[in-house]
Design a protein around this ligand. Structure first.
Ligand SMILES: Nc1nc2c(c(=O)[nH]1)N[C@H]1C(S)=C(S)[C@@H](COP(=O)(O)OP(=O)(O)OC[C@H]3O[C@@H](n4cnc5c(=O)[nH]c(N)nc54)[C@H](O)[C@@H]3O)O[C@H]1N2
Ligand SMILES: Nc1nc2c(c(=O)[nH]1)N[C@H]1C(S)=C(S)[C@@H](COP(=O)(O)OP(=O)(O)OC[C@H]3O[C@@H](n4cnc5c(=O)[nH]c(N)nc54)[C@H](O)[C@@H]3O)O[C@H]1N2
Ligand code: SF4
Ligand SMILES: [Mo]
Length: 718
């Protein structure tokens, strides 16, 4: 019997999780239609979902508490107290839109459209929510463009310089692997539904290597008795280890000479570049024993198939793109792409999002300003990670354009997530900045808004989810109507366009039209009916095709580029090169003397998804609170005992947090969990108050994890 037959007022609706998480789980919502309004009464993982198989996670298991939270924003509000005070009054949508239109027109008239800046990220990473009509709206305005490169873009930019694209091994293909190297990714925490694949491979004899400066939850799964290895380098030094691995592989003639000859270019230059990189030299740079590096090189070259799995942990360094450019050389050198289950595995956005026609979706031809040939002239771009410097007017990226006078934020919480966060707060506090925030909750970013607008949750709007951790593109069907007066991200921009007096029909396209514009090759009705659909991926499981066939690497040379003219023209080294981060122990000596500890601020809590859950009663309190993890050696040297309140500080800011003495971090490295808000810290600061906003070598990412600090007892004065 179906549910509808058993309980006539109940129905189930299929959807998919929208969080910026590789797993994009399938879920089923049970809706009770017996009252005046449909009510979602249950949300569970869909057992038939090919990747998540019915499980959700400690973040989303209580998703309905989020949907029906008493803290949910349900109406537009206008700020009535000072910025940041959280004092607002409820107003109508009409009044909110009129206020926004008046102020945006004022800013545009006085300073030009580039004085308006959009700010959004992947708070909801579904297609319409993340890429819907916002692009069209801001293009029509000619507003400053946002470089959205805080997560994953640098990984792609790095691997592209070696392979010509960001394409990689689909992660469940690792079931075929015999050696799995989890390099700078905390799979059991951040990608939990991949873990069963790894366990299956291990049961079939695969060995596991975890490389992370922190002994993470994932590192704890390493079983030395089974031949597994945990390697704990100093942060930001892995490239030195890779160079030494290539040194060992070439010196011992373990590289795949046939594959190298057939599919790569620049081998001789690479050999010369790694000639001096003995394991001993890399040991000094990384803090990892030379024997361990040597053995890893031998294992990676001689185990078939070997897969290296990585997400984004290593991109948040000054040499972040070079990390991935160099990493991509390893499977080419060893011929790992030959094997099913061999190569490296990262985001599969290349396969899933490859189906999206972004140009048709965002319509850059709407930009009102054209060059002499009538082609759109692109307004200046600012980098999202530099929001603090952009708003305080100190960033070179402002170029010749005007300072920012209006900021529209949706799908993001920059006060908590952006590095050098005190500068972000200072920028948002400017009286001459007009700010609008579209949110589900009154976040610490929303508290700085002049107008706050209420946003729907994933069960209140139809959308399509394009995963980056697996191939199953899913239709998300709305289960209930929008709560209160909340609107989806696409409806927001239709309303803003009307309020601005814009008339172009593209700005008012409904969601169905937006989806068909964006997805020319997908039958959306069929996707809706079938719930999910697998993105195209090579049938034989190997992302780079038949090694005996036509060369499949879309680089300028058509081959894997161990030496790259393109990189040289960007002012970067032609060949893999290790440059220690300037904000690191081997960088600026004066800085390192004052701030001798490297700070990491990774995802830590199983109930948190970035900044999105710390405020909810079953999430934040259940995780306790923020802290700083220190090795006993560092704590003792500073007279700190477990539980003492400590001040973690550098030239950017300071943060008071209790000390946790732990072997999870090695001497010289400390860690503060990411995701807590200012209100959860005793001193009103946040982990990102301390972090570096230096951009990566290329790719536009940011070096959060090249942050030097010192720690002292909180009562002491420096
Ligand atoms: N529970 C939970 N899950 C999440 C999230 C969350 O907030 N909470 N966030 C989601 C998001 S947005 C993303 S992008 C993914 C990210 O998924 P991951 O990339 O797996 O997660 P991160 O914590 O960013 O980084 C992974 C690891 O990189 C390590 N690392 C940092 N620097 C270095 C280095 O120099 N060398 C090496 N070898 N390792 C280094 C860190 O110590 C960390 O353990 O997770 C997603 N999943
Ligand atoms: N120190 C440090 N900083 C980091 C990281 C780190 O590891 N360490 N990780 C970085 C990474 S990888 C990422 S991806 C970023 C994440 O940065 P963000 O994307 O800004 O963070 P989230 O907390 O995922 O989501 C932001 C907000 O989106 C809102 N939201 C959710 N759905 C919707 C919707 O449909 N509409 C609207 N309007 N709003 C919605 C949520 O309520 C939430 O407040 O943080 C980065 N910052
Ligand atoms: S946050 Fe990630 S693991 Fe949790 S339900 Fe969503 S997609 Fe699945
Ligand atoms: Mo991310």
């Amino acid at each position: 019997m179906t549910l509808a037959e058993q309980e006539p007022t109940m129905r189930t609706v299929h959807g998919a999780c929208h969080h910026d998480c590789p797993d994009s789980c399938g879920w089923t919502v049970t809706v009770d239609d017996s009252g005046s309004e449909p009510v979602a009464v249950k949300l569970r993982g869909t057992p038939e979902h090919p990747f998540s198989q019915g499980e959700l996670c400690p973040k989303v298991n209580r998703f309905l508490d989020r949907v029906y939270s008493p803290q949910r924003l349900l109406h537009p509000m206008r700020r009535v107290g000072p910025k940041g005070s959280g004092q607002f009054e409820q107003i109508s949508w009409d009044d909110a839109l009129a206020d926004i239109a008046t102020n945006l027109h004022r800013v545009i008239d006085e300073h030009g459209p580039e004085a308006v800046m959009p700010y959004s990220d992947a708070g909801n990473q579904s297609l319409l929510s993340m890429f819907g009509s916002g692009g069209r709206f801001f293009n029509r305005m000619g507003a400053t463009r946002l470089e959205r490169a805080i997560c994953g873009v640098t990984v792609g930019a790095g691997t592209t310089m070696t392979n010509g694209s960001g394409a990689s091994l689909e992660a469940t293909e690792m079931v075929h692997s015999k050696l799995i190297v989890l390099w700078a990714t905390n799979t059991r925490l951040t990608n939990r539904h991949l873990w069963p694949t790894i366990e299956t491979a291990r049961a079939q004899g695969a060995r596991l290597v975890v490389i992370d400066p922190i002994r993470t939850l994932t590192a704890e799964a390493v079983d030395p008795a089974a031949g597994d290895v945990f390697i704990q380098p100093r942060p930001g030094t892995d490239i030195a280890m890779m160079l030494a691995m290539m040194h060992v592989i070439i010196e011992r003639d373990l590289h795949d000479a046939d594959w190298v000859a057939a599919h790569t270019t620049g081998f001789d230059e690479l050999r010369a570049a790694v000639a001096d990189w003995t394991p001993q030299r890399a040991a000094e740079a990384t803090g990892v024993d030379a024997e361990i590096i040597e053995q890893l090189a031998i294992d990676v070259a001689s185990t078939r198939p070997t897969a290296i799995r990585t997400l984004i942990g290593a991109e948040h360094h000054e040499n972040g793109a070079m990390f991935f450019r160099t990493l991509a050389c390893l499977p080419a050198l060893t011929g790992a792409w030959r094997d099913r289950g061999g190569g490296f595995s990262r985001s599969v956005g290349f396969w899933t999002e490859g189906q999206i026609d972004m140009h048709a979706l965002t319509k850059p031809e709407l930009i009102p300003i054209t060059d002499a040939d009538g082609a759109p002239w692109f307004p200046r771009q600012t980098n999202m990670s530099r929001l603090g410097t952009v708003l305080t007017g100190t960033d070179d990226d402002l170029g010749d354009g005007p300072p920012i006078h209006a900021l529209i934020v949706w799908n993001a919480n920059p006060v908590v997530v952006v590095p050098n966060a005190d500068l972000v707060e200072q920028g948002l506090a400017r009286d001459d900045l007009y700010t609008v925030v579209h949110e589900q909750f009154l976040t610490e970013t929303a508290r700085y808004a002049d107008i706050v607008l209420p946003a729907t949750t994933q069960i209140e709007a139809d959308d399509v989810v394009f995963p980056w951790g697996h191939l199953w593109v899913a239709y998300n069907e709305a289960a209930i109507p929008p709560a209160g007066e909340s609107v989806s991200n696409t409806e927001l921009f239709r309303r803003l366009a009307a309020a601005m007096g814009y008339t172009e029909p593209e700005l008012f396209a409904d969601d169905e039209t937006l989806l068909s514009d964006a997805l020319p090759t997908i039958d959306i009705e069929r996707l809706r009916a079938e719930k999910w659909q697998r993105a195209p991926y090579p049938d034989d499981g190997r992302p780079y095709g038949d090694p005996g066939g036509a060369t499949p690497f879309p680089t300028p040379s058509g081959r894997v580029e161990f030496a790259s003219d393109q990189l040289e023209s960007l002012g970067q080294p032609r060949v893999p090169t290790y440059v220690p981060p300037a904000e690191g122990p081997d960088g600026d000596a004066e800085l390192a003397a004052r701030f001798p500890l490297q700070l990491l601020t990774p995802k830590h809590h199983s109930r948190f998804l970035n900044s999105g859950y710390a405020h909810l009663p079953k999430h934040g309190p259940a995780e306790g609170g923020p802290f700083v993890e220190m090795n006993a050696t560092d704590a003792t040297a500073r007279g700190l005992a477990d539980g003492d309140l400590a001040t973690v500080h550098n030239d950017r800011s300071s943060l008071d947090v209790p000390v946790r003495i732990t072997e999870r971090v090695r001497p010289g490295v400390v860690a503060v969990p990411f995701g807590w808000w200012r209100q959860h810290h005793v001193d009103g600061k946040v982990a990102n108050s301390l972090t570096s906003d230096t951009l990566t070598d290329w790719g536009g990412g940011v070096a959060y994890s090249d942050t030097l600090v010192e720690v002292r007892g909180a009562a002491q004065r420096s």
